[in-house]
Design a protein around this ligand. Structure first.
Ligand SMILES: Nc1ncnc2c1ncn2[C@@H]1O[C@H](COP(=O)(O)OP(=O)(O)OP(=O)(O)O)[C@@H](O)[C@H]1O
Length: 479
């Protein structure tokens, strides 16, 4: 049996925390769907997962399982199995005993052997059934942990960064295995990760979160091609999308340019519908997003229809084997999305990892884990609020043009804070634009090279970070 999960306007307030860890979060997960919760550390992913599991109380809002109100359903009655980052195996039990352990409670008095053997066969771990966790590699331990979840025949898998403790090669391998297993079993899966590549490759859909607020719920393809805001655009995709500050110039006499300061992009006439919509941004600060594959190094004479000309000075070439990434300085000012710039502290475990190691081994849905979660003190840094607009050169929310400020954000939709980064500052030394090229590109540091930008893949975000081009209502559906 597999379940439908609905979260309706769910919020979570932890004691003594000024802002909610999860803020009016709504989501429908279909039976058998693989849904990924994606976002930076501290954005509330694990809290959502734990509320679904019943390990965390829901402060306001509703959880429905197969349409039934389930906020108060005991964790053990939800038929869900959890897989954690730290494997959570009992060190004094063999793999066989670890996999069979939850069956003592699920199938009391019954013979567990056949169920354990069946699970081991699915996972290809028959050979390690008689070994202890200390005698297993990280990948094998995680397979055993998954075995323990699978053997229960749950109706839902809840996976909290299950691959983060493994090296990159093993991660990629197990990722494929998880996709195969969960789809094969048709079990509804909710998977938490901060790794966008993992989310993109695994999820039927991804729910991208920031500061407790759902930013976008879509297929991975739509998140990449039609990001709803600058945060999603910057979070999804490697290398990160180029984000440049600009102004729209649209004089009454005609013509339209996107002005980056030292260079301008001329919009071809007649203006497309999307570009006509940009006219209302005349004089305002905008953020332009250009993916690195939407620019090529080529002479203006080679431009196709829809390509416009820029130029840049080569700062650095990153050789990647199958391609090269050319870092260029176009003299523009990059826009910074604060939550994405701060690196994940090396020493600090993710909060969910800290909570899990405090909880120790177990089935993950027991009282022990619940108590351990509550022991986590409010020692984490204060989070930013829901976002108040753009921090750039004192420009305000459109009121300078006589336009009244926008109302505060709709439930669950906070504007995205974007910060100014001065041109010519230390950051621009590594280039403000990254262009993807073939591996054999012959350019040297200091060369000025001509660039062609494909306008069909140009994103424009307003000063609050919302995508305005392609216009939300015009965007073609991808599926
Ligand atoms: N028990 C708690 N008491 C107080 N605040 C908490 C508690 N657990 C989590 N938080 C706060 O709630 C917010 C969301 O935490 P959560 O662990 O859900 O984020 P996350 O996105 O899963 O992060 P990570 O990837 O680091 O695990 C954070 O700001 C965190 O500080």
């Amino acid at each position: 049996m597999t379940r439908a999960i609905t979260l309706h306007e769910v919020s979570k307030y932890y004691p003594k925390q000024p802002s909610p860890a999860v803020d009016r979060f709504s989501l429908d997960i279909a039976p058998g769907e693989f849904l990924v919760l994606l976002g930076p550390s501290g954005c509330g992913k694990s809290t959502v997962l734990r509320m679904i599991a019943g390990l965390e109380d829901i402060t306001t809002g509703e959880l429905l399982l197969d349409g039934e109100y389930s906020n108060d359903l005991a964790p053990g009655d939800r038929r869900m199995a959890m897989v954690f980052q730290n494997f959570a195996l009992y060190p004094s039990m063999t793999s066989r005993e670890n996999i069979g352990f939850p069956l003592r409670f699920e199938m009391p008095g019954e013979e567990h052997g056949p169920r354990v053997d069946e699970t081991a066969r699915i996972l290809g771990i028959e050979e390690i059934l008689d070994r202890y966790p200390g005698q297993l590699s990280g990948g094998e331990r995680q397979r055993v942990a998954m075995g323990r979840a699978i053997s229960r025949h749950p109706s839902v898998f809840l996976m909290d960064e299950p691959l983060s403790n493994l090296d990159a090669k093993l991660r990629a391998h197990l990722r494929a295995e998880i996709a195969r297993l969960t789809h094969g079993m048709g079990v509804t899966t909710v998977y938490v990760t901060h790794d966008q590549a993992e989310a993109m490759s695994l999820g039927d859909r991804v729910a991208i979160m920031r500061s407790g607020v759902l930013q976008q719920l879509s297929t991975p393809r739509e998140a990449y091609h039609l990001p709803e805001n600058v945060f999603v655009a910057a979070f999804v995709g490697t290398p990160r999308i180029n984000l440049l500050q600009a102004t729209v110039l649209a004089p009454l006499g005609g013509g339209m340019w996107i002005d980056f300061g030292r260079q301008r992009l001329g919009m071809p006439e007649p203006l497309s519908l999307d570009h006509q919509m940009l006219r209302i941004q005349q004089g305002r600060r905008i953020i332009v997003g250009i993916r690195s594959e939407a620019v090529r190094i080529a002479q203006p004479s080679q431009a196709h229809a829809g390509e416009v000309v820029l130029s840049g000075i080569v700062e650095h070439v990153e050789y990647q084997g199958h391609e090269s990434l050319v870092h260029l300085n176009t003299g523009s000012r990059p826009a910074v999305v604060p939550e994405l710039e701060a690196p994940r502290p090396a020493q600090q475990q993710s909060r969910s990892a800290a909570r899990r190691s405090a909880g120790g081994a177990g089935t993950g849905l027991g009282k022990l884990a619940q108590k351990a979660a509550r022991r986590i003190q409010a020692s984490v840094p204060a989070r930013e609020g829901g976002g108040t607009g753009v921090k750039e050169n004192g420009s305000s929310n459109g009121s300078a043009n006589g336009v009244p400020p926008r109302p505060t954000h709709a439930p669950g939709r906070a504007p995205v804070t974007v910060m100014d980064r001065p041109a010519g500052g230390p950051e621009t030394q590594t280039g403000d634009l990254v262009v993807r090229t073939g591996p054999d590109i012959r350019v040297r540091r200091g060369d000025r090279v001509p660039l062609l930008v494909d306008l069909a893949h140009l994103y424009v975000f307003d000063h609050e970070g919302r995508r305005i081009c392609p216009a939300p209502q015009q965007a073609p559906r991808l599926e």
